[in-house]
Design a protein around this ligand. Structure first.
Ligand code: ADP
Ligand code: MG
Length: 236
């Protein structure tokens, strides 16, 4: 972990509106995440984990408070500016893998580069580099129906990495995987952290969270506990 703060949340609030009624979901979250941290976000169902991840990933804006990402205040940005930040700084992995079944692994990984206007040759080179980082270079031409669940999730991780984002976010990335495959995926995140990436992921499972170096627990839209392990105690 370095001292460089990548994410600074100051009293983040989020309410959803049902008609005229505001329903508060995040009630004042303050948190710093440093470069190269590996953070697991935990908490009961409905505690606001996905809401917070969507704000971190610039998929949604808070209704109160401040979000500073790499020294930029993204909390007040308009949608188009936010999309730009999302495309250049954020890698997001979802529980549903969201791969396009007719495309190969390499083509799926290259998709964000098409949106970024990168030419075909460079797209394929960068896609292969990202697949190498998740140990799947030899599967680059396979389609999702020829890959296992764990391999598909690794393709989704490679796709999140292909833009060299400053943070890698994953909302329950092992939620659809059996425990052996979950461990495999967690080890990939561990390797990416060791290679210098910053990782924030949501999980329900204590043994999955044990792979992270810091565990932040939410309850009712607030941080309940925030514990960092010494590196020596970390699982990997
Ligand atoms: P978690 O991921 O921890 O299970 P969520 O962030 O998904 O929690 O949801 C927190 C609360 O916000 C829940 O009560 C949920 O019903 C509510 N909620 C989430 N998304 C929306 C939405 N788009 N509109 C209204 N309420 C929502
Ligand atoms: Mg959720």
């Amino acid at each position: 972990m370095s001292n460089q703060v990548i994410i600074r949340l100051e009293n983040i609030q989020k309410s959803y509106f049902m008609g005229n009624q505001a329903i508060p979901v995040l009630k004042g979250i303050s948190l710093d995440i440093h470069k190269n941290e590996y953070v697991a976000l935990m908490g009961p169902s409905g505690s606001g984990k996905s809401t917070l991840m969507n704000i971190l990933g610039c998929l949604d804006s808070p209704t109160g408070g401040k979000y500073i990402l790499n020294d930029k205040d993204v909390s007040k940005m308009a949608d188009d500016e936010l999309a730009e930040v999302r495309n250049s700084e954020i890698g997001f992995v979802f529980q549903q893998f969201n791969l396009l079944p007719r495309l190969s692994a390499a083509e799926n990984v290259a998709l964000p580069l098409i949106y970024a206007g990168v030419g075909k040759k460079e797209r394929m080179e960068r896609s292969m580099e990202a697949l190498e980082k998740v140990g799947l270079a030899e599967r680059s031409h396979h389609k999702s129906n020829e890959l296992s669940g764990g391999q598909i999730q690794r393709v989704a991780i490679a796709r999140a990495l292909v833009n060299n984002p400053s943070i890698l976010l994953a909302d329950e990335p092992t939620g659809n995987l059996d425990s052996k495959t979950s461990v495999e995926v967690m080890e990939i995140f561990g390797k990416l952290q060791q290679a210098g990436n910053t990782v924030v992921l949501v999980t329900h499972e204590e043994d999955i969270a044990a792979y992270a170096h810091r565990v932040v627990r939410l309850r009712d839209g607030l941080v309940e506990t925030d514990k960092t392990k010494s590196t020596a105690m970390a699982h990997i």
